[in-house]
Design a protein around this ligand. Structure first.
Ligand SMILES: Cc1cc2nc3c(=O)[nH]c(=O)nc-3n(C[C@H](O)[C@H](O)[C@H](O)COP(=O)(O)O)c2cc1C
Length: 185
């Protein structure tokens, strides 16, 4: 059975991103998968400065909380990236996390991530679905570069207040369907 790692890139607890990612993970767990949720705002994740120490053997030079996340990523079969739209892109929290995945861009580390599945959960305020286009394209290209498969997307326009997505029954069911599917893959 699969292991899922949910990554909440919103600083707002009980917010829409948190609700979406939790719903996916809970459904996966009900199918027997293992799941863990991490909140990036509670972790110390410095900017990648491109020193490339991680490609040369000793590991990342930053010595921050990514040291604990790299093995969690390697042990998971699926990564769920959750971020609201912030100014037509991702939050700074999840962008810093994504930058640090440069760690996986050398052959020794690439094997620890290539072939894994990923899913995206993206709430935002505006009603136009195109609001998330740049963010989604950035993840699509980045995941392709990492040789990961984007196996599902939950894109939710028109949600503003903390946790208001709880009232979108169809969206929650979409999350649960995705969670059940990812548990099996
Ligand atoms: C700094 C900031 C920038 C935002 N930029 C956008 C935006 O460009 N387009 C949009 O539709 N919503 C934008 N929003 C609204 C959030 O995407 C929306 O409230 C979302 O539901 C928040 O998710 P959360 O509850 O998980 O934090 C922004 C919110 C903040 C705080």
């Amino acid at each position: 059975m699969n292991k899922l790692l949910g990554i909440v890139g919103s600083p707002r607890r009980q917010g829409n991103t948190h609700v979406l990612v939790s719903e996916i993970l809970e459904a996966a767990c009900q199918e027997g998968a293992e799941a863990e949720l991490v909140f990036l705002d509670s972790l110390e994740i410095a900017e990648c400065d491109g020193c490339h120490a991680c490609w040369k053997g000793p590991g990342c030079s930053k010595g921050d909380d990514m040291s604990g996340l790299y093995p969690k990523i390697a042990e998971s079969g699926v990564l769920i990236f959750g971020t609201p739209v912030y100014w037509y892109g991702p939050t700074a929290l999840i962008k810093a996390f994504l930058d640090r995945l440069v760690y996986f861009n050398c052959p020794e580390n690439r094997v620890k991530i290539s072939g894994k599945k990923a899913a995206l959960a993206v709430p935002f305020e505006e009603n136009d679905l195109g609001t998330a286009d740049l963010l989604v394209a950035m993840f699509e290209k980045s995941l392709q570069y990492l040789e990961m498969e984007l196996a599902g997307k939950i894109i939710v326009p028109g949600v503003t207040l903390r946790g208001e997505v709880q009232h979108r029954k169809e969206t929650l069911e979409e999350c649960r369907r995705l969670g059940r599917r990812l548990a099996q893959e």
